[in-house]
Write a protein that binds this ligand. Structure first.
Ligand SMILES: O=C(O)c1ccccc1NCC(=O)[C@H](O)[C@H](O)COP(=O)(O)O
Length: 263
């Protein structure tokens, strides 16, 4: 069984639990946030979506004890365009409590980074303060992808549709995705290869209506320059920021000039 299959098996159980507990979810009112799409499009520099990542299936512990609010404040002050919060507990040691804590602390867009297979998870993400959710094409069939995409849009959320190859990218565009994230990590082998961004970018419908994000495996300014050269307008970065002694400086070093940016 691949790691994605194992995660999805665990998500089905989690969804059952969530459906039994819908009444107990507290809904708080959060600030109105700027849209992620505009934040990425209107910038001349490559934008950094900075992730709160305590652990991962590929690396084990990264930073179990991090205070998500403190980390989020550092990210926001350093010019992050958005904060991604991993909410999966079994594989990433994240939680919706982490998401809520971040939502109470910062004003910028917040991404609920999870493996979404059911509307109840989208409700939960919104209730905890997310303004953006992630839908992974490899985790959904075409009907579920479209249904969940439309559901999130109706709730006023933005959606990043995550893809791993050109075929998935075409599915993302077909459902109407405007924000597409290429995950450079192979979810079966964990191997990270920035050429995935290059491959997908070669067929991506660049222009005013679409924005491309390169996700995973970004450690150095050279990585940022490389994916910017392929046409990415943002990077989604977890581990390297969590392990950095100076996450603020690390974010600033990745804000390289976008290719095609206006002078
Ligand atoms: O990070 C993993 O090991 C992983 C394994 C299986 C499915 C998803 C996984 N990560 C989720 C992510 O997409 C990353 O957290 C995110 O793109 C940041 O990646 P990185 O900068 O390499 O930490």
């Amino acid at each position: 069984m691949t790691i994605l299959e194992r995660i999805l098996l665990s998500k089905r159980l989690e969804v059952k639990q969530m459906l039994m507990n819908v009444e107990n979810v507290s809904r708080e009112t959060f600030v109105e946030r700027p849209t992620l799409f505009a934040a990425l499009k209107n910038a001349e520099q490559l934008q950094v979506i900075s992730e709160i990542k305590r652990a991962s299936p590929s690396k084990g512990e990264i930073a179990f004890g991090v205070d998500p609010s403190v980390q989020a404040q550092i990210y926001e002050k350093s010019g992050a365009a958005c904060i991604s919060v991993l909410t999966d507990a079994p594989f990433f040691k994240g939680s919706f409590a982490d998401l809520s804590a971040v939502a109470k602390t910062v004003q910028i867009p917040i991404l609920c980074k999870d493996f979404i297979i059911h509307e109840v998870q989208i409700d939960r993400a919104k209730a905890a303060g997310a303004s953006v959710i992630l839908l992974i094409v490899a985790a959904l069939n075409a009907e579920s992808l479209l249904r969940l995409y439309r559901y999130a849009m109706r709730l006023g959320l933005e959606v990043i549709v995550e893809v791993h190859d050109r075929n998935e990218m075409e599915q993302a565009i077909t459902v109407g995705a405007r924000i597409v994230g290429v995950n450079n990590r192979d979810l079966r082998t964990f191997e990270v290869d920035l050429r995935r961004t290059e491959e997908i970018a070669s067929r991506f419908p660049f222009g005013d209506q679409h924005v491309l994000i390169s996700e995973s495996g970004i450690w150095h300014p050279d990585d940022a320059r490389r994916v910017a050269a392929y046409g990415a307008e943002a990077v989604l970065v977890g581990e390297s920021l969590m392990r950095s002694g100076d996450a603020g400086e690390a974010i600033r070093s990745l804000q390289v000039r976008k290719v095609g940016a206006r002078v």
